[in-house]
Design a protein around this ligand. Structure first.
Ligand SMILES: CC(C)(COP(=O)(O)OP(=O)(O)OC[C@H]1O[C@@H](n2cnc3c(N)ncnc32)[C@H](O)[C@@H]1OP(=O)(O)O)[C@@H](O)C(=O)NCCC(=O)NCCS
Length: 188
C-alpha cells in the first residue's frame, strides 16, 4: 500500500464493492473509456469482478492463454472514494507487446484534472519495479492528450505509432525506463 496526502494506492477488497459499482456506473453514464479496470465493464456484480481480478493476480489461477495482471485502486482517504484504477500486466502476449503495453489506467470523470493520474501512474511504476521490470511500455491513442501528458510526466519516451486494427485506432507507444529514479512531479 502506498500513500500520499489524501490518496492511497492499493489492491481492492470486498469492502470496496459498493465503490467499485459506483466507479463503474460513472464511466457507463459518461460513456468514458474504462481503461485499467480489467473486465469491469462486463461485470455488473463487483464481487464477480473481484474474483476475476484475483484469478488474474495469482499465477496459478490466471485463465489459460491470459497474462498475469495486478489490479490496483486509488482511494481518497477522506471520503473513501475510488478516484482511479490502474492495471499492471506482468509480461507480454502478442497483443500487449504490440498495442496495449504493461499498464492501463483511468480516473473517474468527476475527479479528473487534479493530478491523480500522474500520481497513480507513479505508484504503478514502483510496483513494476518491485516485480523486476526494467522498462515499461504504455500506449495511448494519438489524440488522448491527458494520457500522453500523464505518461510524459512520468518519464515516458516516445517510440512509435502503430495502427490497432480491432479498435481501428492509432496508438502511440511510450517506454519508461525504470532503472533511473522516477521523475519528480507535483500534483496540481
Ligand atoms: C487519462 C486520464 C487517466 C487522466 O487523468 P487525470 O487525473 O485527469 O490526469 P492528471 O490530472 O494527472 O493530469 C495529467 C496531465 O494531463 C493533462 N490533462 C488532463 N486532462 C486533460 C485534458 N482533458 N486535456 C488536455 N490535457 C489534460 C494535465 O494537465 C496533466 O498534464 P501536465 O502535467 O502537463 O499539466 C483520464 O482522463 C481518463 O481516465 N481518461 C479515460 C481513460 C484513459 O484514456 N486512460 C488512458 C488510457 S492509455
Amino acid at each position: 500500500m502506498m500513500k500520499q496526502e489524501e490518496l492511497i494506492f492499493r489492491l481492492p477488497t470486498r469492502e470496496d464493492a459498493e465503490e467499485v459499482s459506483a466507479y463503474r456506473k460513472e464511466f457507463l453514464n459518461a460513456d468514458s473509456s474504462m481503461d485499467g479496470a480489467g473486465p469491469l465493464r462486463r461485470f455488473a456484480d463487483p464481487f464477480e469482478w473481484l474474483r476475476e481480478i484475483e484469478n488474474y493476480r495469482n499465477p496459478e489461477t490466471v485463465p489459460a492463454g491470459k497474462v498475469q495482471a495486478s489490479q490496483f485502486i486509488c482511494v481518497r482517504e477522506r471520503d473513501n472514494r475510488i478516484v482511479g484504477m490502474l492495471q499492471v500486466r506482468h509480461y507480454f502476449n502478442d497483443y500487449l507487446e504490440k498495442y496495449a503495453g504493461h499498464i492501463g489506467y483511468s480516473v473517474r470523470p468527476s475527479e479528473r484534472r487534479k493530478g491523480y493520474a500522474k500520481w497513480m501512474l507513479r505508484q504503478g511504476l514502483d510496483f513494476c519495479r518491485s516485480i523486476g521490470l526494467a522498462r515499461v511500455l504504455i500506449s495511448c491513442e494519438v489524440n488522448n492528450e491527458a494520457s500522453r501528458r500523464t505518461i510524459l510526466a512520468n518519464g515516458g519516451v516516445y517510440e512509435s505509432t502503430v495502427y490497432e486494427p480491432e479498435e481501428q485506432i492509432d496508438l502511440q507507444r511510450y517506454w519508461i525506463d525504470l532503472s533511473t529514479p522516477a521523475a519528480e512531479e507535483k500534483r496540481s
